[in-house]
Ligand binder design. Structure first.
Ligand code: SAM
Length: 375
């Protein structure tokens, strides 16, 4: 028997609209993608006083039909609006062309770097794969990854093989979210100690390593990652000014390989890394990292930079992070997510680390944890 709808709910019309935005979310998303790629939103943004449909056709090369169906949906979706006529006669006249203009939401789609990084990450990396979210959730594997290649088990070893648009969107998204926090985190680290040897675990393309080495001209670094990433480090053009101070250590943390790095290592660093693993996997990685730290003679610190999903200042950040967790589910590995604060702190404890300090709200949404072995 169907569950009865509860009566006397307040704001039923607003809620009905919200529910339709969800029911038709892919339609709205695709309409925005077309309005961006055709230049429709940009044309409107350049003319704050408004544009007629005819002018939009000229600007975008879209047909009258295409302009009409896009505008008709983007208006109730809150992306464009009809211009209010002041002149009553004008407003009644069927001769006067209807004018359209963009809303502040359209401006964000066009100009806001975070919105754009998220939008194209959704479009070019996740869109097709998300159709397999159900299977991913029930089977505990990234079933959506088959949109790229049915033989791939996780996305990480295949990042360099992604199609051009997906690779650009993946790195654009990753870099957008970590870059802003890097500068702030480097400032915090500089206050803590004069670090001489960085171990960048999950160092990927060496982007953080590069910034660290530029800021610390006497220091060295070891980039730790899957072989496909570490092998590319020496030839990366953007690292050439520091490459003679970088070593690499290739590891697949999902095997039982141990970490071995220079005895001079005094800063172990993990940025947007632990979230690529399940809780138990993260504990295992931290335990092996702790063993490598203890082998160093320099009393090292472990710095973990993570966005904590339930400790965000803004609803937009919380929604972005929670949505990205489903990328981990359907595309990346099937078993990880951005952590809630209590889970992450518990993982540190289980691995035998004590938290020395926490600095929240770095960049847009990251917290920097400084940890030391508790035993
Ligand atoms: C989300 S990226 C983070 C990159 C960078 N640290 C940042 O702040 O943007 C995660 C990194 O972890 C690495 N990684 C994922 N799974 C791994 C594994 N099983 N063993 C070693 N590294 C792995 C990936 O290759 C990638 O470079």
């Amino acid at each position: 028997m169907p569950t009865p709808v509860r009566k006397n709910r307040p704001r039923i019309l607003e809620n009905l609209l919200e529910a339709q935005k969800i029911a038709f979310a892919p339609f709205i998303f695709e309409a925005c993608a077309s309005a961006l790629s055709s230049g429709l939103i940009e044309a409107l943004a350049r003319k704050p006083e408004g544009l007629s449909e005819e002018a939009l056709r000229t600007e975008t090369k879209l047909s009258p039909y295409a302009v009409r169906v896009l505008l008709d949906l983007l208006a109730p979706a809150g992306v464009v609006e009809r211009v209010e006529r002041n002149d009553e006669a004008d407003a009644r006249s069927s001769e006067a062309p209807l004018l359209w203009r963009s809303t502040p939401v359209a401006d964000l789609l066009l100009f806001d770097d975070m919105t754009r990084a998220n939008f194209f990450f959704t479009k070019d990396v996740n869109y097709e794969a998300l159709a397999k979210l159900d299977a991913s959730l029930t089977e505990g594997r990234p079933a959506g990854l088959s949109a790229f290649d049915p033989s791939w088990k996780t996305i990480y070893p295949h990042l360099p093989e992604l199609p051009e648009a997906a690779r650009k969107a993946w790195f654009g998204f990753d870099h957008f979210h970590s870059d802003r926090a890097y500068e702030a985190a480097l400032g915090v680290l500089a206050l803590a100690r004069d670090f001489k040897h960085l171990v960048d675990i999950g160092g990927n393309t060496g982007r953080f390593t590069h910034r660290f080495l530029i800021k610390n001209p006497q220091a060295r670094a070891t980039v730790v990652d899957l072989p496909v990433q570490t092998e590319a480090i020496p030839t990366r053009e953007e690292l050439q000014d520091v490459v003679d101070r970088i070593d690499t250590f290739a590891i697949d943390w999902l095997t039982d390989t141990e970490l071995h790095v220079s005895p001079d290592a005094d800063l172990f660093w993990m940025s947007q890394f632990l979230d690529c693993f399940s809780e138990d996997e993260a504990v295992s990685i931290l335990v092996r990292t702790k063993a490598a730290m203890k082998a160093s003679g320099k009393n090292p610190v472990l710095a973990v930079l993570e966005p904590v999903v339930d400790e965000q200042r803004h609803a937009a950040a919380e929604l972005s992070l929670a949505a990205t967790s489903l990328y981990f589910t359907a595309v990346a590995n099937g078993n990880s997510a951005f952590f809630r604060g209590n889970m992450l702190r518990n993982i540190f404890k289980r691995a035998g680390f004590a938290i020395r300090s926490e600095v929240p709200n770095l960049g847009i949404s990251h917290t920097l944890f400084l940890l030391e072995p508790a035993d």
